[in-house]
Design a protein around this ligand. Structure first.
Ligand SMILES: Cc1cc2nc3c(=O)[nH]c(=O)nc-3n(C[C@H](O)[C@H](O)[C@H](O)COP(=O)(O)O)c2cc1C
Length: 178
């Protein structure tokens, strides 16, 4: 049974939402690996409807912090803003736009790569979209969807969180046996 405990599950369990970062900068090579993990993510029809904005410069970060008013956000030494491109995303026959799904996958690739590098991240969607659009001077078809602060963590993680804060499989799986 132990062979089933893959490295992936260990990595996925290690990832958590970090809300306190060490202000020391993240090495450029590590940020490049995170962007690369995002680049190779799968997407509907391989359309790759995304664009990544990397913030590491103090001035630019200061402006970005104004789009999400949490003190802890200001501790992040780097932030990746992931935008979805609605002009490029796949739309199904019934019109369903798969942009958010694709952006979600690339974002999760990045969070897991960051975790594998000993870094921490946090999904942020509750930012001010209008302010962010203005800051990045985004055209209509590019939508800011997720912000990922990236840095070395300074907070404590609840080791039981996957037992205490996740629904059990019995609640979320229907097993069709015939
Ligand atoms: C789509 C999405 C949006 C989120 N937006 C925010 C956010 O705006 N601010 C925040 O502090 N956390 C945000 N989170 C983090 C969740 O609160 C967190 O993932 C969840 O509570 C589970 O905790 P964990 O990531 O530590 O496992 C978001 C997560 C997801 C997946």
């Amino acid at each position: 049974m132990t062979y089933l405990m893959t490295h992936f599950l260990e990595l996925a369990r290690k990832r958590y939402s970090c809300r306190k970062y060490d202000t020391r900068p993240v090495e450029g090579e590590k940020l490049e690996l995170i962007l690369e993990a995002g680049r190779i993510a799968p997407s509907a029809v391989n359309f790759q409807p995304w664009h990544f904005y990397l913030f590491t410069a103090k001035d630019a970060l200061d402006r970005l912090y104004g789009t999400y008013h949490r003190e802890w956000f200001r501790t992040a030494p780097s932030v990746i803003v992931i935008c979805g491109d609605h002009k490029e995303s796949w739309k199904r026959r019934d019109g369903k736009d798969h942009c958010d799904i694709d952006v979600g996958i690339t974002a999760d690739h990045m969070t897991l790569q960051a975790t594998a590098l000993g870094l921490a991240t946090c999904w942020i969607c509750n930012f001010d979209p209008d302010k962010t659009r203005e800051l990045l001077n985004l055209p209509e078809h590019l939508e800011p969807v997720v912000m990922l602060p990236v840095g070395y963590p300074l907070d404590e993680v609840d080791p039981d969180r996957h037992d205490s804060k996740r629904k059990p499989l019995t609640e979320i799986v229907t097993r069709l046996t015939s």
